[in-house]
Design a protein around this ligand. Structure first.
Ligand code: ADP
Length: 542
């Protein structure tokens, strides 16, 4: 590598570091102007400048005494100051043979014989000069040279500071950009979490709540702001399940839970919710668990249905077993010939068996009806029916059992045209009249009535003078298998499904059913039904 190449290489480096300052072709800066003015004043120079040596020009950042923004590099004596990287004092260009110049042209008409320049030496070498010039010879001294050196260093400090400040500004802007991006990301994640209908909870390894999505807020009644940063908030868990929650978290922090775990939450209003939780961990760069993400499923309703199903099955099997046991016992006695010589007892046993068979048939029919209605599959055939005729038919069907129980059936019916499924309303009336007969004493009366309630509805009631129903049971008896007394099904041969079925039928007619009663004096079961007028109104509305 020869000398010229080395020089070219270092010049390229120098130009690169000059570009790095980003100063070329920037607008005037009052701070630099002031320094240049001070240099001119102190040295009593008519001309002064702060110049940066570009590839082909000397560009003036600041200047005193002349207007030119730049001069060609070849015409600039500064290139020597810069290349030597030392202050250069030329007392008289006329006698200075070193540079082969007779004067220094600052502009076409402005020539100087005195020159004093101090290089601007940055961290990576000289990039420009601070210079003063005068038309006369011997204008500057060594003392001026050292002052100019100090001022040149001031300029470099400011240059370096500007670079540093710019880098810092860039770093701040980059950080702000990252923060903005993170905020967008956070908002995005929160929005996604909040639109999920299932509860999602994020905890740190100490169990502190970091995220609590909207579904969690709705389930618990607490806001994220109230629980943020708290570990296992007392109010959220059932006291007896707190340890279970801690164990679950502990297990989850070692990896995903293999299966869902159920925990109860207690809402602000005191409502218990059963939630099945799945958990996964979020690890940091070192594969350490930093957060635990719990996603839940509210299984309260599912568990309630499970319980109801279990109760239903156990009640139904009990209801089936009781008459079957009695049936088997009766048939066993008759079949075993024990009663061969006792025809009266024998026929009594057959009656018992027959009654139990009937009870079984009733139970199975009721369950089937109930099941079909629950699924909304019970077909209804609506049609016009005269209230009086309907009531008469229902009474006629029950006349034999009423007579047997020595109970009088009476009817009061206003002329009314109903819009009903006759078969289902007969079933309803039959159940109510049957109950009234069952629960009334001999010699009493059961009154079946129908009257208009208002234009579009009629009200039908079955009133008895029987034992009555306690006030706290008036609503419950409409639920399946609910009886006032546990012995009712045994003694009275009921299934406990009748009123639940009645309620379904009435509801399917768009009506309501309820019971009124005074214990010891009697009960009244009432229900409303649509009249043909209502149907007409509905048809018009449609
Ligand atoms: P069941 O087949 O047992 O009669 P229901 O659903 O029809 O079932 O009736 C439920 C319970 O309501 C009865 O077991 C009885 O305890 C009570 N009940 C119904 N009707 C009357 C009534 N007229 N008087 C007194 N109690 C009644």
């Amino acid at each position: 590598m020869d000398g010229a190449t080395i020089a070219q290489g270092s010049e390229a480096e120098r130009l690169k570091s000059l570009l790095g300052y980003g100063i070329l072709d920037t607008p005037p800066d009052p701070a630099y102007d002031e320094i240049v003015r001070v240099a001119a004043q102190v040295t009593r120079a008519p001309y002064a400048y702060l110049g940066f040596l570009d590839a082909n020009r000397l560009w003036f950042k600041s200047r005193v005494g002349f207007p030119q923004p730049e001069i060609p590099r070849l015409a600039a004596i500064c290139q020597f100051t810069i290349l030597d990287a030392e202050p250069l004092l030329i007392a008289d260009t006329a006698t200075e043979l070193r540079f082969a110049v007779s004067d220094l042209p600052l502009t076409r008409h402005l020539h100087c014989r005195s020159y004093l320049g101090a290089p601007l030496v940055g961290a990576k070498g000289p990039v420009g000069t601070m210079a003063v010039l005068a038309p006369d010879a011997n204008a500057f001294t060594q003392e001026h040279a050292s002052i100019l050196g100090v001022l040149a260093r001031q300029v470099v400090t400011r240059l370096e500071y500007t670079i540093h400040a710019r880098a810092q500004e860039r770093a701040i802007r980059a950080r702000q950009r990252i923060e903005r991006a993170l905020t967008v990301e956070r908002n995005f994640v929160s929005t996604v979490l909040d639109t999920m209908p299932t509860p999602v909870l994020v905890l740190d390894t100490a169990g502190r709540i970091v995220r609590f999505n909207r579904a969690c807020e709705q389930l618990s009644g607490y806001t994220f702001a109230e629980l943020a940063g708290r570990a296992f908030p007392q109010e959220l868990f059932l006291p007896e399940e707190r340890q279970k929650a801690i164990d679950l978290l502990h297990e989850a922090s070692f990896g995903a839970l293999r299966e869902a775990r159920e925990l109860h939450w207690l809402s602000r209003e005191g409502v218990r919710r059963c939630i099945a939780w799945h958990a996964t961990t979020l690890t940091d760069g070192m594969a350490e668990t930093s957060f635990i993400v719990m996603s839940g499923l509210d299984v309260t309703e599912r568990r309630r249905l499970d319980r109801m199903k279990d109760e239903f099955i156990s009640t139904v099997s009990h209801e089936l077993r009781t008459p079957l046991t009695s049936l088997r016992a009766a048939l066993g006695l008759v079949g075993g010939g024990v009663l061969a010589n006792q025809p009266e007892k024998s026929s009594h046993m057959i009656e018992v068996a027959q009654a139990n068979c009937e009870r079984l048939v009733r139970l199975v029919n009721d369950i089937l009806d109930f099941e079909r209605m629950g699924a909304g599959r019970l077909p209804m055939e609506f049609g016009e029916a005269d209230a009086r005729e309907l009531l008469e038919r229902a009474i006629h069907l029950h006349e034999p059992s009423a007579q047997k129980a020595r109970i009088a059936l009476r009817m009061e019916a206003a002329p009314l045209s109903l819009w009903v499924d006759q078969g289902r309303i007969l079933q309803t009336l039959g159940n109510l009249i049957g109950n009234a007969i069952k629960f009334s004493p001999e010699g009493s009366e059961v009154l079946v009535r129908a009257r208009p309630l208002h234009g579009s509805e009629a009200i039908v009631s079955v009133e008895d003078q029987g034992r009555g129903i306690p006030a706290e049971k008036l609503d419950a008896i409409f639920e399946r298998f609910q009886q006032v007394d546990a012995s009712d099904s045994r003694d009275m041969g009921g299934t406990g499904l009748g009123l639940a079925i009645c309620r379904n039928i009435v509801r399917q007619h768009g009506g309501r059913i309820w019971a009124e009663s005074v214990v010891g004096q009697g009960s009244a079961f009432r229900f409303t039904l649509p009249t043909t007028q209502k149907r007409g109104a509905a048809a018009l509305a449609n």
